[in-house]
Ligand binder design. Structure first.
Ligand SMILES: [Zn+2]
Ligand SMILES: [Zn+2]
Length: 210
């Protein structure tokens, strides 16, 4: 099994609105350029297939967007997420390049398939480690919001509607986003090693307390 999220570069028009083909169904999706954040982009619901689709921020301006992928979600059973994640081509490539942690800030989004509860990206990021761990005791290092989401995900159900599947997007990180994240983290932490420490702490979240 080799997973990848469906994507499209088929833009139909772009004036004050961006119109493109949904990556997972025959419908066209329209989003106003003003709704697309220049860095964070936009996550848009397809009214045809009810999937969530990520539009990179460059589509909000007139430059730089040619060829960037618009990425659709994949529906995954929460309990099987570790397996799906472990077979995702983009996850493997980010891991190889030592850039997996960039997904805290961009490129990883998850929503309940039924009620569209938006899961905290950090909770989704920690989920595979939690599903592999022998202890599911979660450390208090997590923020209340991500901690509550992680607890629900480890139980296999949405915290709002108890649904057992979610829509997950793993998208390529454009260069302008990568630069922005690294610059922003540099200012906030003033210390590059902080990134590695944060990755290590994901594993520590689940370690058994003596
Ligand atoms: Zn669709
Ligand atoms: Zn839900």
């Amino acid at each position: 099994m080799d997973n990848i999220n469906p994507s499209t570069t088929a833009i139909l028009s772009r004036t004050d609105k961006l119109v493109f083909k949904c990556p997972t169904c025959p419908a066209n999706i329209t989003v106003s350029l003003a709704q697309i954040d220049r860095i964070a982009g936009a996550n848009v619901l397809c009214t045809g297939c009810k999937n969530i689709v990520h539009v990179p921020g460059a589509y909000g301006s007139n430059a730089k967007s040619v060829g960037l992928k618009i990425t659709g979600g994949v529906t995954v059973t929460i309990a099987d997420f570790n397996e799906w994640w472990g077979n995702h081509r983009l996850v493997a490539s980010l891991l190889k390049d030592g850039e997996l942690d960039l997904l805290y800030d961009y490129g990883l989004w998850a929503f309940c398939e039924k009620c569209y509860h938006r899961y905290h990206p950090y909770a989704v990021f920690c989920l595979p480690v939690g599903q592999r761990a022998t202890s599911t005791k979660i450390s208090t290092e997590l923020m209340p919001e991500s901690g509550r989401d992680l607890e629900a995900l480890l139980s296999g159900y949405c915290p709002s509607c108890h649904h057992s599947r979610f829509i997950v997007i793993v998208a390529e990180i454009p260069d302008y986003v990568r630069t922005t994240i690294i610059k922003r983290r540099g200012i906030v932490t003033g210390n590059k090693t902080n990134l590695t420490e944060k990755i290590l702490s994901v594993k520590k979240l689940f370690s058994k307390k003596p």
